[in-house]
Design a protein around this ligand. Structure first.
Ligand SMILES: NCCC[C@H](NC(=O)CCC(=O)O)C(=O)O
Ligand SMILES: NC(=O)OP(=O)(O)O
Length: 317
C-alpha cells in the first residue's frame, strides 16, 4: 500500500481487518518491521485518539514518531501554485515537502475542511498538494472529506460485535450539534460499510442533510429515524453539516437525539460514535454510560487500525 487516504486505497478490507485483529492479539508481533524508520504526524487541527493511537501503533512496530502541530507551531503554509506570497503565508508546500520527505519515511496529515468552498474541500486541495509534492507515502489522519483510520476501526468493531449467523443491520443516524461539523466521518463510514459489503446499511437524517452520493451509493436513505432504527444491530450516531447547502446547519436537531425510548424498536442495538461526543446533545448519558455503548471499544481499536495500515505501508517501502 503506497498511501492511505480512502477505502479505495485498500484492495481487500476483510483481509486488513484480520491483520488488525492479529495485531490486537499480538501487539508486538512485528516490532522489528519499523526499525530505523521514522513517522511524521502533522496536525492542522486538534486530536486526542488519532494522534495517540497512531503513535502507539508506530511504537509497537518499532518505528519512531514525531508530532508536528503545523496549525499552531509551523510557518503558515501556502498551497496555491504560482501564488505571490506577499500576504500571511510564509512557506510554500513545494519547499516544505522535500524537507519532510528527507526527514520521514511516512507522513501522516490531519487537515479538516474549511466548510466554505465545497469544490476546494471535495478536491482535497491541501492533502492533494502534499501528495503532489512529497516523495514518501501519505496517511490521512482525517482530511476534508474522509477519515479512513476511524472507519477501519469502526469496521473492526462491527466485525467483533456482529451477530454470528446473519448479516447485521447498520444504521447511520444524524444527531444534533450546535456547530457546523464536517461530513468526513459520515462520508467515510458510509464508504467503508459499502466497500466492506457485509451489512444491510441504512442512513437516516433530516431533509437537507443528504451526503455525497459517491459515498452513500448502496445504502437505503430515509428521513424517518424511527423506521430506520427498527431491528438495528448497530446505530452509528454522528452529526454533519449540509453537503448541498454546503457547511450550513439547517435543523435545530429537536427530536433527533437517540435515546432508550427510540431504541425500544431495536432492543439488541449497539451504539457507536467516533468521539469526541457532546453528551446530552448528540447522545444521552443513559446510552453512553450503558451496556449498548461501543464508543470505548471503537477508540481502543484505533490502535489496531493504525498498526495494520502502517504495517502494510512499511512492507511496501
Ligand atoms: N476526529 C473526530 C471528529 C472530528 C470532528 N469533530 C468536531 O469538530 C467536534 C467539535 C465540537 O464538538 O466542538 C467531526 O465531528 O468531524
Ligand atoms: N475520533 C477521532 O478521530 O478523534 P480525535 O479527533 O481525538 O483524533
Amino acid at each position: 500500500m503506497k498511501q492511505f487516504i480512502s477505502a479505495l486505497d485498500v484492495p481487500g478490507i476483510p483481509a486488513l481487518v484480520q491483520e488488525a485483529l492479529h495485531y490486537k492479539n499480538n501487539p508486538l508481533a512485528d516490532r522489528q518491521l519499523g526499525q530505523g524508520k521514522r513517522l511524521g504526524l502533522m496536525f492542522f487541527n486538534p486530536s486526542l485518539r488519532t494522534r495517540l493511537s497512531t503513535q502507539i501503533a508506530a511504537q509497537q512496530l518499532g518505528m519512531e514518531s514525531i508530532v508536528f502541530n503545523a496549525g499552531q507551531d509551523g510557518w503558515a503554509f501556502e498551497f496555491a501554485d504560482g501564488a505571490v506570497m506577499n500576504g500571511s503565508t510564509v512557506e510554500h508546500i513545494k519547499d516544505a515537502a522535500p524537507v519532510l520527505s528527507s526527514y520521514f519515511d511516512i507522513l501522516c496529515i490531519r487537515t479538516f475542511p474549511g466548510l466554505v468552498d465545497r469544490d476546494q474541500d471535495y478536491a482535497e486541495f491541501v492533502l492533494q498538494q502534499f501528495i503532489k509534492h512529497i516523495r514518501i507515502p501519505v496517511v490521512s489522519l482525517e482530511s476534508a472529506t474522509l477519515h479512513p483510520l476511524q472507519s477501519l476501526a469502526d469496521i473492526i468493531t462491527l466485525e467483533e460485535h456482529k451477530p454470528a449467523a446473519r448479516r447485521p443491520k447498520v444504521v447511520l443516524s444524524w444527531a444534533p450539534h450546535i456547530k457546523s461539523i464536517p461530513q468526513c466521518v459520515s462520508n467515510s463510514f458510509a464508504q467503508w460499510v459499502n466497500a466492506w459489503g457485509q451489512a444491510d446499511f441504512v442512513i437516516t437524517h433530516p431533509e437537507g442533510y443528504e451526503l455525497a452520493e459517491d459515498y452513500t451509493r448502496g445504502a437505503q436513505i430515509t428521513h424517518n429515524q424511527q423506521e430506520a432504527l427498527q431491528d438495528a444491530d448497530f446505530v452509528y450516531v454522528k452529526n454533519w453539516s449540509s453537503y448541498n447547502d454546503y457547511g450550513k446547519v439547517l435543523h435545530d436537531g429537536a427530536g433527533w437525539m437517540l435515546d432508550e425510548q427510540k431504541l425500544k424498536a431495536a432492543p439488541a442495538a449497539k451504539v457507536m460514535h467516533c468521539l469526541p461526543v457532546r453528551r446530552n446533545l448528540e447522545l444521552s448519558d443513559e446510552i453512553l454510560d450503558g451496556p449498548r455503548s461501543l464508543v470505548s471499544q471503537q477508540a481502543a481499536n484505533r490502535v489496531w487500525s493504525a498498526q495494520a495500515v502502517l504495517s502494510r505501508i512499511l512492507k511496501s517501502l
